[in-house]
Ligand binder design. Sequence first.
Ligand code: GLC
Length: 613
Amino acid sequence: MNKSIQQIISILFIGAILIGCQNNKKEEANNTVDYITETSGDVDFGKTDVSAYTPEIRKNMEKLYEDKFGMFIHWGPYAQLEGMWNGEKKSAEWIMKVGQIPVKDYEREAAAKFKPVNFNASEWIDIAENAGMRFMVLTAKHHDGFAMYKSQHPYNLVEFADFGRDIYKELAEKCAERDMNLGFYYSQSQDWHEKGGVGNDWDFEGVLKPQKDFDDYFYNKVTPQVKELTENYGDIFMVWFDTPIQMDDEKCQLMMDIVKENQPGALVNSRLGNGFGHFDVSIDNGKTPSVSTATWLPDLKVPWQTHESVTQGGWGYTSYGGDLDRTKDYPDFIYSFCRIVGNGGVYLLNVAPRPDGTIPQSQANSLRAIGEWLEVNGEAIYGADPSPLKFPPYAITSKPGKVYLHLKEITNNKVDLTGLLSKVNKAYVLADTSKQALSFKQDNDELSVTVPTPLIQPKVTVIALEIDDEKAKVIDETLQQEENGMIKLPVSKCEFAIRRISYDYDTELTHRWGENVKQGLIWTINVKQPGAFKVISEDTGDHDFTYNLITSKETLELNAKGTIGKLTKKEQEGIVILSKGIHQIRVYPKVTTSKKTKHSYKFKGLELIPVNK
Ligand code: GLC
């Protein structure tokens, strides 16, 4: 377990406890699929009123939905340290915290030496454009508290090291010239440079700060800085807040107001905190087993977003994770992107520039590989709607009259799909410019397309289906009770109540489930043979972790009770009674997973077995 992640988790955990205490009442009342997201504690999504989706916001939201793909850039004085402190590998952008580097030392060794003389905004934009990315989000201030632009606060790139250039201004100007949308990341709570900022307990007392100190920091640093960033750099497409801790409604609203006043179209992410924001940001590298369009408004497609990094070992540059050749991972990035879009999301892919301001060639190569793929397959991504099937067997996207099947591997030259009811008129490989018709068989909801070997693409092959209907018709995907009365509830067939859970498609397990009591997993099941059922759970936990199984009538407490780290099936105490008809069955963590269990807890699902009368 990487230390930086441990640190993040410990901070989030404290935040979660503090905020969680105030919200137990709300948990109990939580009986719908409420689609909220969290980065720590009570970070719901959806508090922002529909009226916040002004015409300017709608325009940019439509743009985000169309564009799907942005470049995230984690860059700051931490890059200067390249992940090393006192000769030891520590962390990327979390190095100050992980290395417990005193402010004075960080200032001297990182910030004061940080002079990125080779920064060239055009080169960055070239790399983003070549990758098929349509917007960029730069860390304007990360948790180390250093402003990457000319701020009134003296701890900034232009003045502190006497660098003299405002790289954010240079980037903003070039982006405007080249029609590239620009956003900024801003760490509003964690600031390890300031006494009142959350996180630094080695120079100042406590990870969380006395209210007075936090307020002082917030109103005297955060507020003016967010004003500067939204006033001085032209059009801002997106404001990406992060790790909301000690944020109350008043502060969140203030941020929304400042952004709105200065940048009426800027899209604010949900990591501002407490349910505020215009779009829902998932867990880092977050994947979901099902399509989720629950954040859509009736007349506006509001996607969720997740992000990952082309580097390893963190988001910022390190000498050991920043220059890796990840050629063999390219298809994974592409496929990840296809899955995200297919499930209703948009994707931010992170690069980590070197301390001199250049983006390493290895990272640019990874991105270019995606760009090459998008040049031929972009039709299936840009502006695409999610899969018409809620639980697609592989990544599927759609557009009016079309369905796109994204295949990482094709075995026996066949691609099968179960569940599509619309009549297919033509199938072809999207990368094939001649659109040579592929032979296929369609029998009710069973489709089988033959793909000749020369047409199979080296990365992800996209098969385009032209269908009879504007909007694809699909089968009813409600889970069905088995003939023998058994009810299977695998995670692969559930919907997530919030985005802050992640799913592994290969092992069909969740991870980071149990860190928050709002992490509901929801199944919809058709019960034909009612009665009493005993419950078998399958997970990798131990006694420390309990969760509730909730039906419309009752709540049954379940206990992971296995050997930590080992996937086991075990019978739970108690039974559930289910009547005939359609049921929503939900599980919610009852307590947060213990520190010991936390990283090894993975959940595969439940089986309900009829109890013989
Ligand atoms: C986490 C980390 C941070 C990173 C972010 C990206 O919140 O604290 O270092 O910027 O994830 O999503």
